[in-house]
Design a protein around this ligand. Structure first.
Ligand code: G1P
Length: 288
């Protein structure tokens, strides 16, 4: 199984990030010096994927623009002799090829994925939820791609979450067949707290066969009246089997303010030129 394409839905309103996301797509909010979407795309690139299908809506053109050349800016940077910055802005144009698909109505994650049927075609593909990004050596989508290739099965990425937070996620149960690899026996989208003992939460990372489109096409609206990807995955898992892979690394949910702010600090601290000053100021602020 060779995974060449990734679908990244970016059509949502970003209500959790208002008012910052009123006129800027939430995916373009910065986490340190890059927009959230670039962190997500770089995770896909680390997994060996270069073809990115963005599922967009009105006012999201700037996301595609970020992964295109900005020749005027490049000229300004060239004339100013700012070679390092020039490299950075050019790199984003060269890291992926973009296909944009329009989701004309926001009817759920399952619907967003279904919109990409023609763009994906008849081959396995990855899905990444654009709010979540995962960082760390060998962590993130590349773990899923490796597992999908090794076992030749669909896979979803999971992490353990506290019992009082299961109503925010697609939840998964299964038997551990190898270290951190589970054969899925049950999947449910956002169960009410206390209604299942499932502990593994889907963290917005999937590698799927193109058959999933048939399931999505005939699926009924589920949780919240939306077409849920998890419902079609549960049906596919029952018919064909599916694996869950426990993700390594650190996950940030960019739509959650605590995670968003921590992600900014985390990436700022990775930059040697900022680290000492940032630590010193944070320590002083923490005392207030
Ligand atoms: C979506 C999926 C859910 C998954 C989550 C991960 O939910 O439907 O199964 O656990 O992403 O972030 P959303 O957060 O879009 O409501």
């Amino acid at each position: 199984m060779r995974v060449r394409k990734v679908v990244i839905p970016v059509a949502g309103w970003g209500t959790r990030s208002l008012p910052a996301s009123k006129n800027i797509p939430k995916e373009m909010l910065p986490v340190y010096d890059k927009p959230v979407i670039q962190h997500v795309v770089e995770e896909a690139v680390r997994a060996g994927i270069r073809d990115v299908v963005f599922v967009t809506s009105r006012n999201k053109a700037v996301i595609g623009d970020h992964f295109d050349y900005n020749l005027q800016l490049e000229e300004v940077l060239t004339k100013a002799g700012k070679a390092a910055l020039l490299r950075k802005v050019r790199d984003t144009a060269e890291m992926i090829d973009v296909i944009e698909v329009r989701q004309k109505k926001q009817l759920g994650l399952g619907h967003a994925v279904l919109c990409t049927r023609a763009a994906v075609g008849n081959e396995p593909f990855a899905v990444m939820v654009g709010d979540d990004f995962i960082t760390g050596d060998g962590a993130g989508l590349e773990q899923l791609v490796q597992a999908a290739e090794k076992y030749n099965m669909p896979v979803v990425g999971v992490m353990e979450v506290p019992a009082d937070r299961i109503d925010r996620y697609g939840m998964v149960k299964g038997d551990e067949i190898a270290d951190g690899i589970f054969r899925i026996s049950e999947m449910v989208e956002k169960p009410a707290v206390g209604t299942t003992d499932a502990k593994l939460a889907i963290v917005g990372r999937y590698v799927l066969p193109s058959d999933i489109f048939d399931y999505l096409d005939t699926s009924e609206p589920g949780h919240g009246g939306e077409l849920q990807l998890t419902d079609s995955l549960a049906a596919l898992a029952k018919d064909r089997g599916m694996l869950a892979v426990r993700m390594k690394g650190i996950r940030f949910d960019a739509g959650d303010w605590v995670d968003y702010l921590c992600a900014n600090i985390f990436f700022g601290l990775q930059d040697e030129s900022l680290r000492a000053a940032l630590r010193e100021k944070l320590q002083r602020l923490a005392l207030i």
